[in-house]
Design a binder for this molecule. Structure first.
Ligand code: DAH
Length: 339
């Protein structure tokens, strides 16, 4: 039995010398010292020993047990230290390495110009109004004096959600929503996305942006409209900018006009940007139709108003000399980084 014990000690020692992980160490401990371990099973056999031998063997077994326990404890400490050392080595940070340069975000060109437009109108006492992009047919068409089967509907290829709901084709429905909620005096602009079922090309996109304007008060005249738009054009394009009104037709204004601004590149003599015209169309406008006022329970005998609507993309394209509208929506950093 003595030999058995010594053999256990020797074997355990040998295994412990080659241990390389905490798990392997635990396996060795269980193998020799565990409840079903080799040392334990030898001790179980002590019953068959003579009373003289028993204490001798018992002492030896206990000696070996504490000897192995200590060895295992030591090995564990060494292993833990080594593991920690390796971990520190792995996670070492070289604080002298150069940092990674991050992209600085930039304003989208549409936002740059829209912010300018907002600033100009806020400076003239306008407020910003918003409306939903998924809109009732009533607001997008009906209340704006565009009944079902009106030819103006065909000109705006509409995305219908169902018979009564559309993706708004213009920001004009916000006029109605504002007038329903607010008593005059009203001075709002309403920028936002609009949708039309157009095929994508360099000048068309099924989603684009408009900025709507609406003023309603007592004694508002066409002169106020001209003055407002002229002040706007001079702030946006420079003091030399002139505006010109051409007669036009919109169902929701009477009279209606298309408004041109003198070419900001050639000043009116004709160039590539204005296609030799000297003038560039920037928006549609007019005096709010009495029917539209009535639809919003505003008395056209007491109040009058003007409205206008401009396409943002075209204004921004001319400003930055961008010849393809798709660039606005592709989010190519090489494009966006230029502004
Ligand atoms: N909603 C028109 C369009 O999308 C633009 C417009 C024209 C808006 C005249 C107006 C306006 O408010 O008075 O073509």
């Amino acid at each position: 039995m003595k030999e058995q014990l010594n053999a256990i000690k020797l074997n355990a020692e040998q295994e412990l010398n080659h241990i390389s992980s905490i798990q392997a160490l635990e396996n060795v401990r269980v193998k020799y010292l565990g409840k079903k371990g080799e040392l334990t099973s030898v001790l179980r056999g002590m019953g068959s020993l003579s009373p003289e031998e028993r204490p001798v063997i018992g002492q030896l077994a206990n000696q070996i047990r504490s000897y192995l326990e200590e060895k295992i404890e030591n090995a564990k400490e060494v292993l833990l230290k080594k593991e920690k050392q390796e971990k520190l080595q792995r996670e070492v940070i070289d604080v002298t390495m150069p940092g990674k340069r991050r992209y600085l975000g930039k304003k989208h060109p549409l936002s740059i110009v829209l912010d300018e437009i907002k600033e100009i109108f806020i400076g003239m006492g306008f407020e910003i109004a918003e409306g939903p992009e998924v809109e009732l047919d009533y607001y997008n068409f009906e209340a704006l004096n565009i009944p079902k089967n009106h030819p103006a509907r065909d000109a705006q290829d509409t995305f219908y959600v169902n018979e009564n709901i559309v993706l708004r084709t213009q920001t004009s429905p916000v006029q109605i929503r504002v007038m329903e909620k607010q008593k005059p005096p009203i001075r709002v602009i309403s920028p936002g996305r609009v949708y039309r079922s157009d095929a994508v090309d360099a000048t068309h996109s099924p989603v684009f942006h408009q900025v709507e304007g609406l003023v309603v008060d007592k004694n508002v005249t066409m002169g106020d409209l001209k003055g407002t738009l002229e002040a706007f054009a001079k702030r946006l394009y420079g003091e030399e900018a002139k505006v010109r009104f051409r007669p036009h037709h919109f169902p929701f204004t009477e009279p209606s006009a298309e408004v041109d601004v003198s070419c900001f590149v050639c000043g009116g003599s004709g160039c590539r940007v204005c296609k030799g015209e000297g003038w560039i169309e920037i928006l549609g406008a007019g005096m709010v139709h009495p029917k539209v006022l009535k639809n919003c329970s505003i008395d056209p005998e007491e109040y009058s108003g003007f409205a206008f609507g401009m396409g943002l993309e075209r204004i921004v394209m001319r400003r930055f000399n961008i010849d393809d509208l798709r660039l606005f929506f592709e989010n190519d950093m090489r494009f966006l980084g230029q502004f």
